[in-house]
Design a protein around this ligand. Structure first.
Ligand code: ACO
Length: 311
């Protein structure tokens, strides 16, 4: 019966074997993956919006080309992830509809505004830096299609992180006004970046089961701590100050201690009340409408070819 199937399934996971689309899996495992992978895909897609805001105003041709390439990569990441999700018996249409109707979650971070060019630097450095920290262990996720998608995505994210850090370095070594702009961006993006890792482990409803299933390999708090530990020295190198008076090196633990996250702000953003939630949903819906003719043309073309091949 099912309990014997479940026992064999868990044994496979414990032996670090991958689960593939046609393998038997518990319904809870399938649902958890659909939830996480689709939220991840939506994040990639919505994540294009705050950066898209700066394509026309990038300060040089080189910066513009790099930004365009990065945003296209994110569209690609969304597509691999929707495809990985489709192997779990859910249609892309259904997932996209959930996003457009405001029923699906996407990362809290993309509900903050990108008001200056330095924000493009801070997003690459911090947001993509946090994304890599979270995604590297997902390359070892127990579900084959998700783990393989992550390998390519991580390579591209590391280019994104470097382009962001390089923008920050240029600004931090520039005029006093440029350095102030970089510091201001760090002040605004630091705490929201820490929130990307999700609630504290003790408040994370999905963590324990996802760890047993090896969907998650490292916990929210451990990843957040690793991110703080690698990022603080990078801020020091830039000559910028972290906006956290409680931040200090703890020689005993070998980690940086840091202040309490404003979980009320996190909750508000998840409930749709962040600074840009409404704007993001409006823009995403508008972009989807504007792309309708392309989807219709592609479908009509595919239909014609099918008819011609059948004739
Ligand atoms: N923004 C929005 N929602 C979040 C966030 C966040 N930063 N962190 C946690 N949540 C949500 C979870 O999705 C979950 O909601 P749900 O029950 O309605 O689905 C709820 O808060 C509880 O959190 P957890 O129990 O910790 O949930 P989970 O085990 O899924 O862990 C995490 C959250 C770490 C984000 C996990 O889903 C994950 O690793 N996802 C893949 C990576 C990803 O999505 N990255 C997107 C941003 S990076 C980028 O796009 C460039």
């Amino acid at each position: 019966g099912d309990s014997e199937l479940e026992r064999r399934f868990q044994a496979k996971i414990d032996a670090d074997e991958k689960i593939e689309p046609k393998d038997w899996m518990p319904e809870g495992y399938r649902k958890t993956l659909v939830r996480q992978i689709s939220q991840h895909a939506h994040s990639e897609v919505v994540g294009m919006l705050p950066e898209g805001n700066w394509i026309t105003r990038a300060p040089s041709l080189r910066r513009k080309a790099a930004l365009l390439a990065k945003i296209q990569d994110e569209a690609g990441h969304g597509l691999y992830l929707y495809s990985a999700c489709e192997t779990l018996n859910v249609s892309r249409q259904e997932l996209v509809d959930q996003l457009l109707e405001g029923k699906a979650k996407y990362s809290s971070i993309f509900n903050y505004p990108s008001t200056t060019w330095a924000d493009i630097g801070a997003i690459g450095w911090l947001v993509d830096g946090a994304a890599i920290m979270n995604q590297v262990p997902l390359q070892r996720c127990s579900y084959g299609p998700y783990s393989r998608a992550m390998i390519r995505i991580c390579k591209e994210e590391s280019f994104h992180q470097r382009q962001g850090y390089e923008i920050m370095l240029t600004l931090a070594r520039g005029t006093a006004a440029q350095k102030r702009m970089a510091q201001d961006a760090l002040n605004r993006w630091w705490w929201p970046s820490l929130m990307m890792f999700g609630p504290n482990d003790k408040d994370s409803p999905h963590s324990a089961q996802s760890m047993r299933w090896k969907i998650k390999r490292v916990s929210n708090d451990e990843l957040r701590q690793k991110f703080v530990d690698v990022t603080v020295p990078q801020a020091d190198f830039l000559g910028l100050t972290m906006p956290d008076p409680a931040l200090r090196w703890n020689a005993g633990s070998g980690h940086y201690d840091f202040g309490e996250i404003d979980w009320e702000e996190f909750k508000q953003v998840l409930q749709g009340n962040g600074p840009c939630n409404r704007e993001r949903m409006r823009d995403r819906n508008r972009a989807h409408e504007r792309g309708r003719w392309v989807r219709e043309a592609a479908l009509a073309h595919a239909e014609k070819r099918r008819a011609r091949a059948a004739a």
